[in-house]
Design a protein around this ligand. Sequence first.
Ligand SMILES: Cc1cc2nc3c(=O)[nH]c(=O)nc-3n(C[C@H](O)[C@H](O)[C@H](O)COP(=O)(O)OP(=O)(O)OC[C@H]3O[C@@H](n4cnc5c(N)ncnc54)[C@H](O)[C@@H]3O)c2cc1C
Length: 500
Amino acid sequence: MVNKPNYDVIVIGSGIGGLVTATQLAAKGAKVLVLESYLIPGGSSGYFEREGYHFDVGASMIFGFGEKGTTNLLTRALAAVDMELETLPDPVQIHYHLPQDLEIKVHRDYENFLQELIARFPQEKVGIRRFYDECWQVFNCLNAMELLSLEELGYLMRVFFQHPGACLGLVKYLPQNAGDIARRYIQDPELLKFIDMECYCWSVVPADLTPMINAGMVFSDRHYGGINYPKGGVGQIAQKLVEGLEKKGGEIRYKSKVQQILLEKGKAIGVELTNGEQYFAKRIVSNATRWDTFDKLLPAEAMPTKEKRWQQRYQKSPSFLSLHLGVKAEILPLGTECHHILLEDWANMEKEQGTLFVSIPTLLDPDLAPAGHHIIHAFTPSWLEEWQNLSPQDYEAKKEAAAEKLIDRLEVIFPGLDRALDYQEVGTPRTHRRFLGRQDGTYGPIPQRKLAGLLGMPFNRTAISGLYCVGDSTFPGQGLNAVAFSGFACGHRIAVDLGI
Ligand SMILES: Cc1cc2nc3c(=O)[nH]c(=O)nc-3n(C[C@H](O)[C@H](O)[C@H](O)COP(=O)(O)OP(=O)(O)OC[C@H]3O[C@@H](n4cnc5c(N)ncnc54)[C@H](O)[C@@H]3O)c2cc1C
């Protein structure tokens, strides 16, 4: 080798997947360098500040911050580097406002939630309980074992001997999708639509395409560990992980955009930044999406067949149109929930600007806005193509018109909103692409067609020796707790490979 590695591991990107990998390895004594193109860590779980408002860029409904079990991966990732975060429990995961006046609240208490759903669909009393109880079976299997790399035989054997029942349970559910299991118990078409929305709101596909493992995790953990918001905003998670990383001797450099992964005889040996600087390591991890990693950071001829096949199985989900609002506090009636989902017509669930997601984190942490004000982050799926080939004036006008339309829709659940506006900023798929470094601003991979559950999602190793991927385009997919899982697995696999 011409260039001697100065690091054990280089991680490209400081999303939660990248930071969990980095901290896990630093905690084991590895010499780790994280290279982040932006000014702060966190990627889609970052933040920005305007006029006294502290806005989350994306994620705000946070799983994995519970205190018990093994699936509380954010709590565990922080603890691994001697960090912790104060969190604020959310009593309701989501308040749904759906067609035909279907108003459902997903209470933290499982029985309360079931009773509310059963009151609306009494004829499906048994089916509702059977479906959600089966989700608990998946969760209980996951929550019985330490969650590490499924690519590591030693771990697989150890965990199988410790928890044979749980392992067999997971093997059974791995190739299944939530829709098939829901239809086994439920006939009512409106209730099946509701289950579709329960999946869509985090997997961005209906239940038929949503892996049962992920559904089991989400539909149970919200009642087990609960949804907990980090005090000080979601950006705190990445900030604390960075603090822990540095305490363990790891390094992070901002404004350091990797432009290529350096290969030697087909093996990844280092990276080159846009300013020409080169860094070398024994192992390279990419926290960029698989599309960005294999289409942009490597020469086209290095694209492994395995990746081409993956790109045929999975496509990029749409990005989001985001409306960040600062509003006068009196607009929100007492008892308003933090997260809402609004849809007026089932036919529009997956369409451009169809489902509207709403997050009001200041209901849990008032310090994120000036006194007497709240933050409302409303976002809805949108494709990059909708926002391309526009003059700067047309782009601004289109943003303004889209914001007005979203505010009109929000007026239905928050009457008088328009008059209570104090601050407004619109982000489009172009904004997501630019600031999050994600191709087309995508939220993540979704199946091109119905697949066998999670079986098609790749683990961390890639077909290129020395190169690993982590984050939402690796097993088990999108969401902060899911990418933390991917980070634990990636860190574990590399530690075994490096013999540390
Ligand atoms: C609007 C929105 C709402 C969401 N809501 C929720 C929610 O409520 N709950 C939830 O759990 N999840 C939510 N998510 C999903 C969740 O935020 C993501 O799945 C998760 O944060 C992705 O993490 P990641 O580790 O894959 O990487 P990312 O967050 O994509 O971070 C990757 C990092 O790598 C950096 N990078 C990329 N390329 C390079 C390069 N070449 N050189 C250097 N650095 C590079 C980027 O700048 C970025 O910081 C939401 C996402 C969005 C967009």
